[in-house]
Design a protein around this ligand. Structure first.
Ligand SMILES: O=C(O)[C@H](O)[C@@H](O)[C@H](O)[C@H](O)COP(=O)(O)O
Length: 239
C-alpha cells in the first residue's frame, strides 16, 4: 500500500490524473482497452474534470470503458445518481459511445439492478474473471467505501459479485461491487481529502483491524496494488 500525501486538492488531483493516465496507457498498450471503475460522491469531481479537459488527449477514450463502484437507488440521472455526477463532470466533455459507459440500471429493483449489472460485467469480461484495470474509491467519514457501510451485510459478503445492500443509517438500498470483487482489480486507488476524513482515515490506516466499523480496511487487492491519494488535512491524526 502506498500513501501519497499532498498539501492541497489541486496538487492531489494533478498527481492522481497522471497516475490514471499512466495506468490507462499501460492497459491499452497491453490488452487493448482500459476498464475503469469510477467512484461517486463529491471528492472525484475535480479529477474527472481535469481528465476530461486539461488531459483530454492523454487517454484513448475510444478504448476506455467506464463502470461504477456503487450506485444510489434513485432513478437514472436523478439528483444523487452517481452516473449523473460522472456524466456532468466527465463524460459530457468527451465524445463517448454509449456502450462504453456501464450505468447501473436503477429502473430495476435494487436486487434486480445488482444482478443485471453483474451480468453486464460477466459479458464485458467474456466470462473470464472480472479484473478491472483501475478502481477509484472514495471514503466516507464513517470509513465506508463504495456502498460497503459499517455493520451492513456487505461487510461480510465474500462473493465476487455486485450486491444490493440495505443501509439503515441512510434508510435506503444501495447497489455496490463487493470487497472481494474490488480486491480482484489490478490497481485500486482511494481519493480522500479534507479534515472531516481525518478520524476515519486514522481508524482505517492506523487503528486496529475492525471491518465492521471501518469497512475501507476490507480493501486489500489480492494481486494488484493499493494507493491512497490524500491531503495533509485528512492525515492530521496519522502518526
Ligand atoms: O456513492 C457514493 O457516495 C460513493 O461511492 C461513496 O462511497 C463516496 O465515495 C463516499 O461517501 C465519499 O464521498 P465524498 O467524496 O462525497 O466525501
Amino acid at each position: 500500500m502506498k500513501l501519497n500525501i499532498f498539501s492541497n486538492q489541486t496538487e492531489l488531483n494533478e498527481q492522481l490524473a497522471q497516475y490514471v493516465i499512466t495506468v490507462a496507457q499501460k492497459a491499452i498498450a497491453e490488452k487493448g482497452r482500459f476498464d475503469f471503475v469510477l467512484t461517486g460522491g463529491s471528492s472525484p469531481k475535480g479529477l474527472y474534470q481535469l481528465l476530461s479537459t486539461t488531459y483530454k488527449n492523454q487517454i484513448d477514450w475510444d478504448k476506455t470503458y467506464f463502470f461504477f463502484g456503487d450506485e444510489r437507488t434513485v432513478l437514472p440521472f436523478e439528483k444523487d445518481y452517481n452516473g449523473l455526477m460522472a456524466k456532468e463532470s466527465f463524460f459530457d466533455n468527451l465524445e463517448l459511445q454509449d456502450e462504453h459507459i456501464f450505468y447501473v440500471d436503477t429502473n430495476l429493483s435494487p436486487e434486480e439492478a445488482a444482478a443485471d449489472y453483474k451480468q453486464k460485467l460477466d459479458a464485458h469480461f467474456a466470462g473470464s474473471a472480472i479484473v478491472f484495470d483501475l478502481i477509484l474509491l472514495g471514503m466516507g467519514d464513517d470509513a465506508h467505501t463504495a456502498s460497503i457501510f459499517p455493520h451492513t451485510t456487505l461487510v461480510n459478503n465474500q462473493e465476487l459479485t455486485v450486491a444490493s445492500v440495505w443501509v439503515e443509517k441512510l434508510n435506503t438500498n444501495r447497489v455496490s461491487l463487493t470487497a472481494p470483487l474490488i480486491n480482484q482489480a489490478k490497481h485500486v486507488v482511494f481519493i480522500t481529502f479534507g479534515a472531516n476524513k481525518a478520524i476515519a482515515l486514522h481508524n482505517v490506516l492506523g487503528g486496529t483491524q475492525d471491518f465492521a466499523n471501518y469497512p475501507s480496511q476490507l480493501i486489500k487487492p489480492t494481486n494488484g496494488d493499493l494507493q491512497w491519494f490524500v491531503d495533509e488535512a485528512a492525515t492530521s491524526l496519522l502518526k
